[in-house]
Design a binder for this molecule. Structure first.
Ligand SMILES: Nc1nc2c(c(=O)[nH]1)N[C@@H](CN(C=O)c1ccc(C(=O)N[C@@H](CCC(=O)O)C(=O)O)cc1)CN2
Length: 286
C-alpha cells in the first residue's frame, strides 16, 4: 500500500484563495485586516517562518505590521512592542514568534497580549476558551491538522487518535480540539514518559507525531491503513555536509499508512493558512 498524501501545500493554496475573497469583502467595507508579528533575535528558522507569514498576508490582501527586536532585547523592550500592538487599531491580531530567546519570560509576554488580538490561539485566555469549548482563536497547527483531515474526508468522529508530543503549540491543544463535541475523537496523549509507545500507535486510526525526534515513528509502529501526520521538524547535517530538515516520521511509513501528511508539505503550510484564517475571522467579528 502507498499512502494517499495529505497535501498541505495544495490545501493551503485553496484556503488562501477562499480567504482572498473574504478579505476583499472586508476591504470594500474599509476594514482591511492587519497581522502583526513580533520577532526577537536572529534564529534563522524563526526569520524564515515570519517572512513566510508576511508573504502569505500579501497574497491574500492582509496588511503586514512587522516588529523586530535584537537578540539582547530586554523584557521591557518586548513589553513596549506588545503594548504598542495592543493599542494599534490597524492591527487586527498579532503573533509573537516562538521560541523567544532564553532570557525572556515567554509566558509573561503572551499574557501581556490582548486576548482578542491573539492571532495564534496561544494566549492563556484563548487556550481557556478552547478547554471550555467557547469561540476564540484556535492554535494554528492543531487547527491545520483538523482542517487537512476534513478536506481529505478522513473521518475523525469516533476514531482512536494518538498524539505523540505535548508541546503548547501542537500536541497539547490538538488533544483538546479533537475531543470537542464537533470532532468527537478519542485521544491518547503520548510523550517521553510513555512506556510502550508502539503499543499505543499501533492501535490508532490516526497518529500525529510532534516531538522533534527524526524518524521516531517507524513502519512497524503503524497499523496498515492508518492516517499519519508528521509535525516534527529537525535540522540535521548529512554525510555530504549539507543541512536539511527531517520529520518525526520514517520515510517507509508511506508504504504502510493509508494517508500521510509529510514533512515538508503537510502540516506546516496548513499552520500558515490557519493563521490567516484566524486573522480574517477576527476582522469579520470586529
Ligand atoms: N508564535 C508561533 N510560533 C511558532 C509556531 C506557531 O504556530 N506560532 N509554530 C512553529 C513555527 N511555525 C510557525 O510559526 C512554522 C513551522 C514550519 C512551517 C512549515 O511550513 N514548514 C515546512 C518545512 C520547513 C521548511 O521547509 O523550512 C513544511 O512543513 O512544509 C510553518 C510554520 C514554532 N513557532
Amino acid at each position: 500500500m502507498t499512502a494517499t498524501i495529505l497535501d498541505g501545500k495544495a490545501t493551503a493554496a485553496a484556503i488562501k484563495e477562499e480567504l482572498r475573497a473574504r478579505v476583499k469583502v472586508l476591504a470594500d467595507r474599509g476594514r482591511v485586516p492587519g497581522l502583526g508579528t513580533v520577532l526577537v533575535g536572529d534564529d534563522p528558522a524563526s526569520h524564515t517562518y515570519v517572512a513566510g507569514k508576511h508573504r502569505d498576508c500579501a497574497e491574500v490582501g492582509i496588511a503586514s505590521i512587522q516588529r523586530e527586536l535584537p537578540g539582547d532585547a530586554t523584557q521591557a523592550d518586548v513589553d513596549a512592542v506588545v503594548d504598542a500592538l495592543n493599542a494599534d487599531p490597524a492591527c487586527t491580531g498579532y503573533i509573537v514568534q516562538l521560541p523567544l530567546p532564553k532570557h525572556l519570560d515567554e509566558q509573561r509576554v503572551l499574557e501581556r497580549m490582548l486576548p482578542d488580538k491573539d492571532a495564534d490561539g496561544l494566549h492563556p485566555v484563548s487556550l481557556g476558551r478552547l478547554v471550555l469549548q467557547k469561540p476564540g482563536a484556535l492554535p494554528c497547527t492543531p487547527r491545520g491538522i483538523v482542517e487537512l483531515l476534513r478536506r481529505y474526508d478522513v473521518e475523525i468522529a469516533g476514531k482512536e487518535v494518538v498524539v505523540v508530543g505535548r508541546g503548547v503549540t501542537a500536541g497539547r491543544p490538538l488533544g483538546l480540539l479533537l475531543t470537542r463535541r464537533s470532532e468527537n475523537a478519542t485521544v491518547t496523549s503520548c510523550h517521553t514518559g510513555t512506556v510502550d509507545l508502539a503499543a499505543h500507535t499501533r492501535a490508532a486510526d490516526i497518529v500525529v507525531v510532534a516531538v522533534g525526534v527524526p524518524a521516531l515513528l517507524t513502519p512497524d509502529m503503524v497499523r496498515p491503513g492508518a492516517a499519519v501526520l508528521d509535525v516534527g521538524s529537525t535540522r540535521v547535517v548529512g554525510a555530504d555536509g549539507k543541512a536539511r530538515m527531517v520529520g518525526d516520521v520514517h520515510p517507509e511509513v508511506r508504504d504502510v499508512a493509508g494517508y500521510l501528511a509529510p514533512m515538508p508539505g503537510g502540516v506546516g503550510p496548513m499552520t500558515r493558512a490557519m493563521l490567516l484564517t484566524n486573522v480574517v475571522e477576527a476582522a469579520e467579528r470586529a
